[in-house]
Design a protein around this ligand. Structure first.
Ligand SMILES: [Zn+2]
Length: 462
């Protein structure tokens, strides 16, 4: 194995020594036993490859004898979580321990359970990092009842509450920027689907195949037609042939997702049904994001196999949401963003689809998933020191008491990410008063933190 220059891949930075190469294979090879010293070696290597902002080096393997190009790994850092290796499938598959890949070794089982007394210590819910994991293993999905299996599914803690297909949907929406809104995007009133296409085109599954060839957005294309196209593609070994259909549905009715078009209703009715994400089990509050798996049944007939649905804010701004309560909060937040923009503060809103890390000095990281996060900078000319501010917003809907209880226990962790502001949403007659109070409170907090001097300006009610 050797480190090569990312911008000039024929330039070799240095070969790895034997211990380093063995450490990488034990750390990232599925089922391998990790030694304590491996962690340190792997961490140092990743730091050498990725300076925190950019990838500088790739790791080239040597397990493909005779091949012109050897399999490669890159290093990735997300906003949240540590540096880690990612396979680059466009350079071919490994013939070493890395042919079965994991991002990091499985933690000890006793670390996985979320302790009642120590919330936030669960195995965090994270994006699907290896593009091959968008596809089912051969004979896995199709043959299994429920069909939502998959080794890299949703192990641990919070992750257990999101099925594998949901995790794939969150990864796509997050990667294509649908979970982040700034005030300019708010005014455009339309989200570009080009970003989804660009994202998918970049996710290589093999030297010949990208996610862009597997993922499509037109529910009016028949499963038969789509599967004929899929059948003609070069396909990774060990993976089942399938496609993924992603769209925003107008309605979910009798186990089918419906898209209204000028040609009438297009109906996507998955054989194994539609699972709901978040707290929205009734699926009666459209629009919905829908991700459906298209494949062939045992007789070879093309079909929609299963689907996952998640509440979307609106067609113009399809921010994925966990409940209809969050829609009320988001409406207020969009209003606040418009209002503070007039006073010079640009707020970026994020709907966290994965767990956010709270680092603790010398202690284990904690994880939480706030309903919304707002970030903004101190305005120019303010008397306070310029910095990035973060406000964490939690929607407290009229949910079961146990749910709210569990939620409020993680609020202590969220408070370490930013100032926490709660928005109570309920179907009683007082909601507009609560919305006005929420608007004023959060607007005032943003202006104060951003250093805006107000001369008698009052936050308007919404
Ligand atoms: Zn290899």
């Amino acid at each position: 194995m050797r480190l090569i220059d990312r911008d000039h891949p024929d330039k070799v930075k240095r070969p790895l020594n034997q211990e380093e190469a063995a450490a990488v294979r034990r750390f990232c090879g599925q089922g391998q036993e990790v030694r304590t010293s491996d962690v340190e070696l792997v961490t140092a290597l990743l730091e050498e490859m990725h300076d925190g902002r950019h990838v500088r080096l790739w790791l080239e393997c040597d397990c493909s004898p005779g091949a012109k190009i050897q399999p490669r790994l890159t290093a990735r850092v997300r906003d949240e979580g540590p540096r880690h290796f990612v396979r680059m499938h466009q350079y071919g598959e490994h013939h070493c321990a890395l042919s079965s890949f994991r991002q990091s070794p499985e933690p000890e089982d006793d670390e996985l359970d979320e302790d009642e007394d120590s919330p936030g210590l669960h195995n965090p819910l994270q994006p699907v990092d290896d593009a091959l994991d968008f596809l089912d293993d051969l004979h896995e999905g199709a043959a299994r009842p429920g069909g939502s299996g998959g080794a890299s599914g949703s192990r641990g803690g919070e992750g257990r509450r999101l099925p594998r297909l949901g995790r794939i949907m969150h990864t796509l929406l997050d990667g294509a920027g649908f979970a982040t809104v700034n005030v300019d995007a708010l005014r455009e009133r339309a989200h570009s689907w080009d970003r989804l296409e660009a994202y998918a085109a970049d996710e290589a599954m093999s030297p010949e195949l990208t996610l862009g060839q597997v993922l499509y957005f037109k529910p009016w294309i028949s499963p038969n037609k789509k599967m004929s196209a899929i059948d003609a593609l070069p396909w990774p070994k060990k993976k089942a042939r399938s496609a993924l259909l992603l769209f925003v549905a107008d309605e979910i009715r009798d186990g089918a997702a419906i898209k209204k078009t000028s040609m009438g209703e297009r109906i996507v009715r998955p054989e194994k049904g539609i699972r709901a994400g978040g707290r929205d089990h009734g699926l009666a509050q459209p629009p919905y994001w829908v991700l459906a798996v298209v494949d062939r049944d045992r007789e070879g007939n093309a079909r929609f196999r299963e689907a996952f649905a998640q509440h979307a804010y609106s067609f113009a701004q399809p921010v994925p949401l966990d409940s209809r309560y969050e829609r009320v909060t988001l409406e207020s937040l969009f209003g606040v963003m418009e209002w503070v923009k007039k006073l010079g503060v640009e707020v970026t809103l994020a709907k966290p689809l994965f767990d956010r890390e709270v680092r603790q000095l010398g202690d284990q990281s904690q994880w939480c998933r706030p309903d919304f996060e707002l970030t903004f900078r101190t305005i120019e000319g303010a008397t306070t020191a310029p910095r990035l501010h973060r406000i964490v917003v939690e929607t407290m809907g009229a949910d079961e008491p146990e749910y709210l209880e569990r939620k409020s226990r993680t609020h202590e962790i969220m408070k370490r990410r930013g100032i926490l502001i709660e928005h109570r949403v309920s179907a009683d007659g007082d909601q507009s008063e609560r919305d006005t109070a929420f608007f004023r409170r959060i607007g005032a907090k943003i202006l104060q933190l951003a250093g805006v001097q107000r001369s008698g300006t009052e936050a308007r009610g919404s």
